[in-house]
Write a protein that binds this ligand. Structure first.
Ligand SMILES: O=P(O)(O)OC[C@@]1(O)O[C@H](CO)[C@@H](O)[C@@H]1O
Length: 310
């Protein structure tokens, strides 16, 4: 079983509007709602690839109920979310039909009480005993200590479970010190973490600060991996246009599935890039287009080794 942790789950709402303008009123032409928060997106993609996945984190209130209802019946996904008194947040992705651009609005999430945080940590320790790998994903809701991920990384390492951390800002900075096996920042997150806007240099700096491996997602340029086994760049065969929400989560699912299947780094990266591009091509945020995924993999994702020490 693969475990994904989403402390700040969300009901993801996607609005389509024919041209988004500040200060204007808009008619929404299409609304979709689905369970979200990064770890839930990762879980759905892993399950679609044939893995058994358990999801944990927090869920509460009416929105939490809708999120949980949306997970029931998803083949391969087991709900082990911990109930909280506060209400699970909503996030809104507004897709501008004219430009194709997406604007994201993320609520902060419910206030988590100390007893709820303790209950989660106990549940997490139990779940680790059956896990082949764990992904810790997304922002922290109010009330969860900013060093939370450091503790969760340490617990995974103590249990001998490979751990991937995908977050940003101070939670990433602190989590890194606990030495996660892999981090997957985007270019902005990596620059914020290291102060360097040059992705290769920044990824090397992140490794020195504690990450076993770094896979940076660089938008249209694909992925840059800096690992103890070598360095690679992986890019899709053609540029894809669409809604990028969840594309990073699909890359995480590709990397994690590749890890538990013992794929080589180039094969993991090819899978992650193809999944990520197939997510941009899917009409609903956080889903991937399976036909596009298979076609992209079949056409071959260019994975090139970079010279030099990791
Ligand atoms: O606020 P966070 O936790 O950083 O990000 C939340 C979020 O925007 O990320 C996912 C896409 O990656 C969405 O499903 C989700 O709502």
């Amino acid at each position: 079983m693969i475990l994904t942790v989403t402390l700040n789950t969300a009901l993801d709402i996607t609005y389509r509007v024919p041209g988004l303008r500040p200060h204007a009123s808009h008619r929404v032409t299409e609304v979709t709602e689905r369970p979200g928060g990064k770890g839930l997106n990762v879980a759905r993609v892993l399950a679609a690839l044939g893995h058994e996945v358990t999801v944990t984190g927090f869920a509460g209130g009416t929105t939490g109920g809708v999120v949980r209802a949306g997970l029931t019946g998803v083949p391969g996904v087991t709900d082990a979310l911990v109930r909280v008194t506060g209400a699970t947040r909503r996030t809104v992705a507004v897709v501008d039909d004219r430009t194709g651009d997406t604007t994201q609005l993320n609520e902060p999430g419910p206030a988590v009480a100390p007893a709820e945080w303790n209950a989660f940590q106990e549940a997490y320790a139990d779940l680790l005993t059956g896990a082949a790998a764990v992904a810790l994903c997304g922002s922290l809701p109010p009330g969860v200590p900013v060093g939370a991920y450091a503790g969760l990384v340490r617990a995974a390492r103590a249990a001998g479970v490979p751990v991937l951390l995908d977050t940003s800002g101070e939670p990433l900075r602190r989590g890194l010190a606990a030495r996660p096996d892999l981090i997957k920042p985007n270019a902005d997150e990596l620059a914020e973490l290291t102060g360097s806007h040059e992705p290769l240099r920044a990824a090397q700096a992140a490794r020195r600060r504690g990450a076993g491996s770094v896979v940076a997602s660089l938008g249209a340029e694909g992925l840059l991996a800096v690992t103890p086994e070598g360095r690679w760049r992986a890019a899709p065969p053609a540029q894809v246009r669409g809604n990028p929400t969840g594309a990073g989560d699909s890359a995480v699912a590709g990397l994690l599935s590749g890890l538990v299947e013992h794929l080589s780094w180039p094969d993991r990266l090819a899978r992650a890039v193809a999944l990520s591009a197939a997510t941009v091509l899917a009409p609903v945020a956080g889903e991937f287009d399976r036909a596009a995924y298979e076609e992209l993999l079949g056409r071959g994702v260019a994975v090139t080794a970079e010279a030099g020490a990791a």
